[in-house]
Write a protein that binds this ligand. Sequence first.
Ligand SMILES: Cc1cc2nc3c(=O)[nH]c(=O)nc-3n(C[C@H](O)[C@H](O)[C@H](O)COP(=O)(O)O)c2cc1C
Length: 182
Amino acid sequence: MRVTRLLHLVRNRRMVQKFDDRMVAADVVEAVLEAARYAPSAREAQPWRFVVVQEALARHQIATGAFNHPLVKTAPVVVVCCARIHSHVSGSGRPSFPMDLAAATQTMVIAAADLGIHSSWIYGFRESVIRSVVGIPDDVPVVALFCLGHQAGLSDLPERRPRADVIAWDRWRSDDARSRLS
Ligand SMILES: Cc1cc2nc3c(=O)[nH]c(=O)nc-3n(C[C@H](O)[C@H](O)[C@H](O)COP(=O)(O)O)c2cc1C
């Protein structure tokens, strides 16, 4: 397997427990958002709209809406990730905007890591609270919160399931077959 600089970055990135009180430089925030703008989206709908929240009171209110999650409480920057366009994949009828927003958010995770900044997705929040804090219209889904900051303390490297457990080649392999292999 070829271990590229990007693979090294991806393998060594980790979610933090908490951010310290250092700010994130404006040009870093902009670079991370620029990466999101270039994420792929179904039919190139680019449904994402991002509200970058730095103002202390709004961040505090957002943290309340996110059940006082320690990352949201301590993040100097919280990006509210919304979907302006309720895009669907033609044929399947399945909504594509959650996937598009996921692609954009993960692109931000990688861009931030590349810049030495920690980040995390937060999916657990009361949408109505976030909506009212930043004035998001009722017809615009709030898909995720994305927190950016500098790590406070150290956290463990992420553990991942072994390759053989998660990847099959050519055909689905049942868990029974996997356990016989291992
Ligand atoms: C779609 C998605 C939603 C997530 N939502 C939350 C969340 O609500 N709260 C939280 O603490 N972490 C959340 N996370 C972060 C994951 O828990 C974290 O990425 C996972 O534990 C793996 O850790 P790592 O990022 O260090 O690899 C979310 C991650 C993803 C991809």
